[in-house]
Design a binder for this molecule. Structure first.
Ligand SMILES: CC(C)(COP(=O)(O)OP(=O)(O)OC[C@H]1O[C@@H](n2cnc3c(N)ncnc32)[C@H](O)[C@@H]1OP(=O)(O)O)[C@@H](O)C(=O)NCCC(=O)NCCS
Length: 184
């Protein structure tokens, strides 16, 4: 069970009881617009999704952590952030993913969550490289990646397919020796 506390939120391992909080943002088509899953139609979709995440987390503990805040006097999961090891041939490379409820965009919570997780990962795991991929039209996502100092390595043309359309993907990475801990 992971729990990383900051002044604004707690990053923690997810459990089945988080399903309602998670459904509040996974049902939003704008959230999954550029992601490789469809928006959830009902709570059963979220339960299935959570079951898969919880199973994966048992093997890879930082692959999906909940971003928990106090909202209206209640602890609420408002997004997720994770680092998943890539391939057996590349065991020191982890892929970054993040999702935040729209209601919480524009407050710097996503960037702070990513920075917090990266610090935890570089300090607690043998990890050389973190990489991230995002659809070129997903400006908010690649703006975040650039703000944390990730380098755009190139473009995978027509790599991502969704809703009968092909999208280009930007590839980003940061190496352990390039990582600088933020001051907040
Ligand atoms: C990608 C995503 C997480 C970005 O959310 P976000 O809130 O814009 O991200 P940040 O935490 O970096 O916040 C940046 C914004 O907060 C503002 N901000 C306010 N306080 C801030 C603070 N203390 N620190 C940093 N930024 C702050 C910034 O000015 C910026 O505003 P702007 O968007 O008007 O320029 C969100 O759009 C999302 O969940 N999208 C759907 C899922 C997705 O596409 N994930 C990426 C897959 S690759």
């Amino acid at each position: 069970m992971i729990s990383i506390n900051t002044n604004r939120f707690n990053l923690r391992t997810l459990c089945e009881k988080d399903n309602n909080d998670i459904f509040q943002f996974t049902k939003d088509p704008e959230i999954s617009k550029y992601l490789n899953w469809e928006s959830h139609k009902d709570i059963h979709d979220t339960n299935d999704y959570l079951t898969r995440i919880i199973l994966l987390t048992k093997k890879f503990p930082i692959s999906n952590l909940g971003i928990e805040v106090i909202d209206k006097n209640r602890k609420t999961i408002i997004g997720t952030v994770g680092l998943l090891p890539k391939h057996i041939s590349s065991p020191y490379t982890y892929e970054l993913g993040f999702v935040l409820s729209k209601e919480w965009w524009g407050k710097g919570i996503a960037i702070q969550s990513v920075q917090c997780l990266m610090k935890y990962a570089f300090e607690n795991y043998t990890l050389e490289r973190i990489e991230a991929f995002c659809v070129t039209e997903n400006l908010k996502s690649w703006a975040l990646l650039e703000k944390i100092g990730m380098l755009r390595e190139g473009t995978r043309r027509n790599f991502f397919y969704k809703d009968k359309s092909f999208y280009d993907l930007y590839m980003y990475s940061i190496l352990k020796n390039e990582w600088k801990e933020p001051s907040h």
